[in-house]
Design a protein around this ligand. Structure first.
Ligand SMILES: [Zn+2]
Length: 563
């Protein structure tokens, strides 16, 4: 795909964009390709005859005497490079360590090295605990500026994209911070850099709205554990929460009223208050068409490692029981996805589950999220093989944040086409007593940090608000309404999972080798033949004014079109 950058360009024939040359072991090539899909800046594997402003060394080989302006040496263990005369002493470690650049904390999970401080070197990264430099910069009279960084960048990225972060560091977008730190090292040296930020044109980030449909209707739950749980929480739990000031009296009265109405709901004389499809359609409004992940088969708890998971994993409804609602949602432009039971590990069941949801919804199914977030290291490849466009399972049950360390959609290891839409915020994690157990005010602060990160760096905030969460006894409707308002006012493009993934696919398809300049400025930023926003291209330290009106700016951002 080639690209046209809009704006009125300076009349020069050609700009060559500086490239990063990367030296690394073959075994890391796949993860490096993925890292640069997320950074989205020109790069290539180092060639002896190549011309680079920046050389990034991630293996044992270090090219110190290149024509580059900056040589970055990443490595979590002592390298032959470190033993040259005049290089500082080192101290090795493995296991979790917190490095800090300015006020940005970056957790390091693998091997790491710190260095003894010295007068001729400036520290650019510190170990929070020992206060030793974890990266230092060395300016030399002849030759490039050298920066030695005491961890292995691509091993860290591989860890984040496979194992994922433990819940203690869930709140830190570590992978995004690795990108920020690297960008900062380059830009602070005055080196020009071009990138396509993960930001849809005209917005600051994407807010992806999804709903796991676990219950669909209270009428499916006659005297089972779900209904008994509802009664207990609506009466005793709710009273206790109100007495402690954690819930309003109005909410308490709503819950009691729901309990009193329940017999009439079960008899079909009053509307089913757990059927919230219509409520979501009206409260999201404004052209937003969120995604609903629907369970294919009822009374089926699946299997895990040859054993049956707890019985309560089984759903009391099947997609066919809510076929009418599903068809309504589809007709209205909403997305229906699979809420998988065994699809994460069993090829035959995955196909059956997929076929069932396609059949009931009458549409092609692009995406899947597993019920109870079941997943293993083989799941991505399995789903890829079945033709799923994306998975959105990788998040936390018990907390919110960045399991894969990123706010970006990425390609998981083992998949050729499938993309992973990471899950960041789940209502049950925020409010269940067994999980974070937050008040609305506390939850707003926690969620606010995730929104702030996206507003600053772009990417997506993926939200899962369960189908029954608007209703008694959860009553998390007001929080959700405020959250939508905050997302809108923070500059989010509100999209469903399918469109979010399509936007990232479009960005991945851009190559930098054929950027043209055109005298066109698109007015609305929407690409022809698509309802997706366009992309921007961001320039740092440009050598010439790219566009005369940006002549004074060191960083400028222009709209970018693909053709
Ligand atoms: Zn579920």
């Amino acid at each position: 795909m080639s690209a046209v950058v809009s704006g009125r360009p300076h009349p020069f024939a050609h700009i060559s964009f500086p490239m990063i040359g990367v030296i690394a072991n073959e075994s890391q090539h796949q993860v490096i390709r993925e890292f640069f899909e997320l950074f989205k800046t020109p790069w290539e594997f180092f060639r002896r005859d190549g011309h680079y402003d920046v050389v990034l060394c991630a293996g044992s080989e270090v090219v110190e005497n290149s024509s580059a302006k900056l040589v970055l040496v990443y490595g979590g263990r002592e390298l032959p490079f470190d033993t040259a005369p005049g290089r500082p002493g080192r101290s090795n470690r493995n296991g979790l360590r917190m490095f800090v650049a300015e006020s940005m904390r970056i957790p390091i999970y693998g091997d790491s090295v710190t260095f003894s401080p010295g007068p001729s070197r400036s520290a650019v990264l510190m170990d929070a605990e020992s206060q030793q430099p974890a990266a230092y910069l060395e300016v030399r009279a002849n030759g490039p500026v050298l920066v030695r960084i005491g961890y292995d960048l691509f091993k860290e990225v591989a860890f984040l994209l496979t194992e994922g972060q433990p819940i203690e560091t869930a709140g830190i977008p570590s992978l995004d911070r690795h990108i920020s730190f690297l960008r900062g090292l380059i830009v602070r040296q005055g080196i020009p850099l071009i990138e396509i930020p993960p930001v849809p044109h005209g917005y600051r980030f994407i807010a992806c709205l999804t709903h796991d449909v676990d219950h669909a209707s209270i009428r499916f739950h006659r005297f089972d554990h779900t209904m008994l749980g509802f009664l207990y929480r609506a009466v005793a739990g709710s009273t206790w929460a109100t007495l402690r000031g954690r819930q309003s009296t109005r909410a308490l009265l709503s819950n009691w009223a729901a309990v009193l109405k329940l017999p009439f709901v079960l008899l079909g004389l009053l509307p089913d208050f757990w059927n919230q499809f219509e409520a979501y359609r009206s409260l999201e409004g404004g052209g937003v068409r969120s995604s609903f992940f629907v369970i294919p088969f009822k009374n089926c708890c699946g299997t895990k490692e040859g054993e049956a998971p707890p019985k309560k994993r089984a759903s009391a409804y099947a997609a066919a029981d809510v076929a009418r609602e599903i068809r309504h949602l589809v007709a209205d432009g909403h997305e229906i996805g699979l809420h998988g039971i065994d699809a994460w590990h069993d090829n035959r069941m995955a196909r059956q589950e997929l076929n069932e949801i396609s059949h009931v919804s009458g549409t092609e199914i692009a995406g899947v999220r597993m019920h109870w977030l079941y997943f293993d290291s083989e799941s991505a490849a399995l789903l890829d093989g079945l033709g799923f466009d994306y998975d959105s399972t990788l998040g936390y049950d018990e907390t919110v944040g960045y399991r894969s360390g990123t706010s970006q959609v990425y390609r998981p290891v083992g998949a050729e086409r499938l993309l992973e839409l990471p899950l960041h915020i789940m209502d049950t994690a925020l409010f269940f007593p067994a999980f974070l157990n937050l008040s609305f005010a506390e939850a707003r602060r926690v969620v606010g940090r995730i929104i702030d990160h996206a507003a600053q760096y772009g990417g997506v905030v993926t939200i899962n608000w369960h189908d029954r969460s608007l209703a008694p006894e959860r009553l998390w409707r007001d929080f959700y309404v405020d959250l939508l308002e905050e997302l809108r006012s923070s500059g989010a493009w509100l999209a469903n999972a399918r469109d979010t993934v399509l936007w990232f696919r479009k960005r991945r398809a851009v190559a930098f080798d054929d950027v043209d300049w055109a005298n066109k400025v698109s007015q609305d930023g929407i690409e022809p033949g698509s309802n997706l926003p366009g992309m921007d291209v961001r320039f740092h330290n440009m050598p010439h004014p790219i566009v005369p009106e940006h002549a004074e700016a060191r960083t400028c951002q222009l709209q970018f079109k693909t053709r």
